[in-house]
Design a protein around this ligand. Structure first.
Ligand SMILES: *[C@@H]1O[C@H](CO)[C@@H](O)[C@H](O)[C@H]1NC(C)=O
Ligand SMILES: *[C@@H]1O[C@H](CO)[C@@H](O)[C@H](O)[C@H]1NC(C)=O
Ligand SMILES: *[C@@H]1O[C@H](CO)[C@@H](O)[C@H](O)[C@H]1NC(C)=O
Ligand SMILES: *[C@@H]1O[C@H](CO)[C@@H](O)[C@H](O)[C@H]1NC(C)=O
Length: 512
């Protein structure tokens, strides 16, 4: 649910309430978490809301020049990755004790928490215990750090800067999640403010470490500031994010297999089973890689309901979403005060599959484009996706590209499924997301670091264009192209308060 926070100008506190809600009222969430398949009864199949534009898009032809520009990799922008710290920042001689963190949220939020945990342990000259990943009440995946990330690689990459242990030593084995869940404990740090400073940790956590040899920080998400940090702390956070955190080998192997099948579609139907590695090597010998774009389409019921926009499913859908909103957020969703038109013109409605299809077509992607759909489940299912598929018949996802056997290890595990999508997304020629959120931000950051093309939809412009029912296709196309000229991966330097994980320059990058 944290994914919504960037929709709100109101800032982190509102988001945190939403974020903590499932923890405070877990029983409220459990039945709804499983309620999604009921969708069909909720509406009449959604109509095309932009039938005229769709007709134009299906008939349009893009010039070779437009295609060439679109797929051309980004030029060198004068920046390079820069994450190594200075010598003075080496491993402390003795540890002040153990830092333990419990991380909630989805995979991308936990990833930021891991980077921040390393930084906090470094600030305090402490030893970090491999972070504990809480089970998310919506996604219900109990995968641990070591199920998702290559833990030995993680420890090894950071070994000269910080000491990390997989488990607490015997003396401290009492310090568990259950121990903190059942009573108030002296070693639990519960009051870390959002975006806490270095001094806050030194004043409030160091004494606990010195008295007890351990400090368990929870909640910890978003608890370390982005500004006024020593440069080496910033670089260490970047090093964790971009170098130390790699997925376990089976995720990478499956990801590589998907990437190769996207690049060489003729190989898709060959039997591979568990031999993805062989396929990867074979494929490398071939010339002329095919290109592909990843579309992150998060359009599930939570998102649809939270936005309070109208998505064309008629009265039944409107009622269903309003009811869902009432049960879960009980009037705290400020968006519902606005009309659909107001929300759209402010760019606060996630793009529907139809709308993102029109955006892609207007940008110049044609029906031969290989599109990988990184998404969980789409509210409305195939009825909503079919328009997108009409525009992009070569649309793929994990399921269409890999056999059930190949997917066995990740089946039903939201974090591992998200990890595969993350991996494929960092290896695509182009990435685009249908709504701002944690995945979008993580990719903007990761791909900026690698100088890869990332299209950022201009939500306010698109909202206004889709409201204007008198536009024809060529006007729409022109307005879209003009409105996205500077939104294709041009590097933006981080501003105060912004996240280093979304804007890695200048903290994690240097002038080349
Ligand atoms: C792709 O678009 C072209 C031109 O718009 C059309 O002639 C062709 O039939 C389309 N191909 C498919 C597979 O839809
Ligand atoms: C950590 O260690 C460094 C170098 O050994 C020292 O300068 C710094 O004051 C220490 N910080 C804390 C919080 O102990
Ligand atoms: C809608 O689009 C038409 C054609 O581009 C334009 O003339 C008109 O001003 C637009 N209307 C609004 C309300 O923006
Ligand atoms: C779209 O509208 C513009 C401006 O009204 C007009 O010049 C153009 O011919 C129209 N294009 C089509 C394909 O109808």
């Amino acid at each position: 649910m944290k994914l919504y926070q960037h929709n709100h100008r109101g800032g982190a506190m509102v988001a945190l309430c939403v974020l903590l809600l499932p923890i405070l009222f877990p029983s409220l969430f459990t039945p709804l978490g499983h309620a999604s398949p009921s969708i069909l009864s909720e509406w009449n199949a959604p109509k095309h809301r932009h039938a005229r534009l769709l007709k134009g898009a299906l008939q349009s032809q893009t010039s070779n020049e437009q295609q060439y520009d679109l797929w051309m990799p980004l030029a060198n922008q004068g920046w390079k990755p820069c994450v190594e710290s200075t010598i003075a920042f080496a491993l402390p001689k003795s540890s002040q004790g153990y830092i333990q963190v419990f991380l909630d949220g989805g995979l991308n939020q936990q990833r930021m928490g891991i980077c921040d945990a390393v930084a906090v342990a470094k600030i305090l000259n402490a030893t970090l215990v491999i972070p504990y990943l809480e089970v998310n009440p919506v996604w219900q995946d109990s995968s641990s750090f070591t199920d998702i990330f290559d833990v030995d690689h993680f420890i090894d990459v950071l070994k000269d800067e910080i000491s990390i242990v997989k488990e607490l030593p015997e003396d401290f084995s009492w310090s568990t999640r259950e121990y903190y869940a059942t009573a108030i404990r002296a070693t639990r740090i519960k009051t870390a403010p959002v975006h806490a400073s270095v001094n806050w940790y030194i004043e409030n956590v160091l004494p606990v470490l010195q008295s007890y040899g351990i400090a368990a920080i929870s909640p910890f998400s978003h608890r370390l500031a982005f500004d006024n940090m020593p440069m080496d702390v910033q670089r260490l956070r970047c090093k964790v994010n971009f170098q130390a955190l790699v997925f376990v080998p089976h995720i990478r192997a499956l990801g590589d297999a998907l990437v190769n099948r996207l690049r060489y579609p003729s190989r898709k139907n060959e039997v591979v089973n568990t031999n993805y590695l062989r396929e990867v090597i074979d494929a490398k010998e071939k010339q002329g890689k095919g290109k592909f774009v990843v579309l992150h389409l998060r359009f599930d019921k939570d998102m649809a309901a939270h936005s309070a926009c109208d998505f064309g499913g008629g009265k039944a859908e409107k009622l269903a979403l309003a009811k869902y909103r009432q049960v879960i957020w009980q009037g705290r969703v400020l968006n519902s005060q606005f009309t659909d038109e107001e929300l759209r013109s402010q760019g606060r409605c996630p793009l529907t599959p139809e709308e993102i299809g029109l955006l892609l077509a207007a940008l110049g992607f044609d029906n031969s484009t290989r599109l990988y759909l990184a998404s969980h489940k789409v509210y409305g299912g195939e009825a909503r996706i079919s328009t997108l598929r009409k525009l992009f018949p070569q649309m793929e996802n994990k399921k269409s590209l890999a056999s059930a056997e190949e997917r066995a290890l990740i089946k039903g595990k939201a974090s591992l499924l998200a990890a595969v999508d993350y991996y494929v997304s960092t290896n695509s020629d182009i990435f685009i997301s249908a709504s701002p959120g944690n995945m979008h931000n993580a990719m903007v950051g990761h791909r900026t670091y690698q100088n890869l093309k990332t299209i950022r939809p201009n939500m306010a412009l698109l909202g206004q264009l889709f409201l204007n029912k008198s536009m024809n296709w060529s006007e729409f196309e022109q307005a879209v192209v003009e409105g996205h000229q500077n939104r294709q991966g041009q590097l933006r330097v981080r501003k105060p308060d912004q996240s280093i994980y979304t804007y890695p320059a200048p903290d994690c990058m240097c002038h080349a």
